[in-house]
Design a protein around this ligand. Structure first.
Ligand SMILES: NC(=O)N[C@@H](CC(=O)O)C(=O)O
Ligand SMILES: [Zn+2]
Ligand SMILES: [Zn+2]
Length: 344
């Protein structure tokens, strides 16, 4: 099969940033996806429905005129999040959940939650009101090896959270390990997960063997091949708990190609092409539509899209970089050739 037509996909985990970066990146997502869950880790973070409304307006304003893309907003959960704000989220139709960043876990997570037990009362209210909890699932203590941080988060926090709040809708974002796949598969139906194209396509060798490649550096960090295989098996299984979330996370090229480079892969320009390549290589193109276009909408209680898109096996070359002022943004796989592309 070298051509498939599917219902238009959505991106259930996306960083769009603001200002000039937003303007430079938005069209790439809007060209492929009908909707996207937009992450709130701005500086300062999006912590109120009023801020989310403003941010949403900025995104809509930055869209190409003919675009139908819909940003689905989220709020950043902090130790200071109030019961009133959770009620406001439940009432606001354009806000779809709270994102919890353990403090210090990733880019712009300084305002995140330092002690997860302290926000249990907030989880209880979210559970009651049906507000989803989106998780960056990694422990942060410097004693923990960076390759183990997702597994330890599951063992020390997520297991307890799902036991205490069985009706809380939880999305464990950007899965990277076999243990995470096993946990989500075994959990109740209120627990789901997103998977990025880079974690499906690459193991840590892509980042570290034969030279250090900062554009493959994101968090949670790429893992060894056994984990990648578990992720591919989950994504292509047809299990509705696993769905598409690119975690496209643009940073200026100068901030990634640095002595201390930022975490985040700018994968929006290559996202659907990479997912198609992975599903094709796994002999599972027939499972792409569920993963990319159905299961996320179903989990969030939103209607499925009705428009269709077509992907074709037809090689193309990824641009070296996209200009942004005096710097650029370098996409994942810059200058490389990809075998699939969106044609309509
Ligand atoms: N994934 C990343 O490495 N970075 C993301 C934050 C996140 O999703 O953890 C970013 O905002 O840059
Ligand atoms: Zn994250
Ligand atoms: Zn992210």
């Amino acid at each position: 099969m070298d051509r498939i037509s599917i219902i238009q996909p959505d991106d259930w985990h996306l960083h769009l940033r603001t200002g000039s970066v937003l303007n430079a990146v938005l069209a790439h997502s809007a060209a492929q996806f009908g909707r996207a869950i937009v992450m709130p880790n701005l500086r300062p973070p999006v912590t109120t429905v009023a801020q989310a409304q403003q941010y949403r307006a900025e995104i809509l304003n930055a869209l190409p005129v003919d675009a139908t893309f819909q940003p689905l907003m989220t709020l950043y959960l902090t130790g200071a999040t109030s019961a009133e704000e959770i009620a406001a989220v439940a009432a606001a139709e354009f806000v779809h959940g709270f994102k919890l960043y353990p403090a210090g876990a990733t880019t712009n997570s300084e305002h995140g939650v330092a002690d997860i037990h302290k926000v249990y009362p907030l989880f209880a209210q979210m559970e009651k009101l049906g507000v989803p909890l989106l998780l960056h699932g990694e422990v942060t203590d410097s004693d923990y090896d960076i390759f183990d941080r997702e597994k330890i988060f599951i063992d020390t926090h997520l297991t307890a959270i799902t036991r205490e709040f069985p009706a809380l809708k939880i999305v464990l974002e950007h899965l990277t390990t076999q243990q995470a796949v096993e946990f989500v598969s075994a959990a109740n139906i209120n627990v789901a997960a997103t998977i990025t194209p880079q974690h499906l396509k690459f193991n840590r060798n892509a980042m570290l063997a034969g030279g250090i490649r900062p554009h493959f550096y994101c968090l949670p960090i790429l893992k060894r091949e056994t984990h990648r295989l578990a992720l591919v098996a989950a994504a292509t299984s047809g299990n509705a708990k696993f769905f598409l979330g690119t975690d496209s996370a643009p940073h200026l090229t100068g901030l990634k190609e640095a002595a201390c480079g930022c975490a985040g892969c700018y994968n929006a320009p290559v996202a659907l092409a990479l997912y198609a390549e992975v599903f094709d290589q796994a002999g599972a193109l027939d499972k792409l539509e569920g993963f990319a276009s159905f299961y996320g909408a179903d989990f969030y209680g939103l209607p499925r899209n009705t428009q269709r898109i077509t992907l074709q096996k037809q090689p193309w070359r990824v641009p070296d970089a996209y200009p942004l002022g005096a710097d650029t943004i370098t996409p994942l796989l810059a200058g490389e050739s990809l075998s699939w592309q969106l044609v309509a």
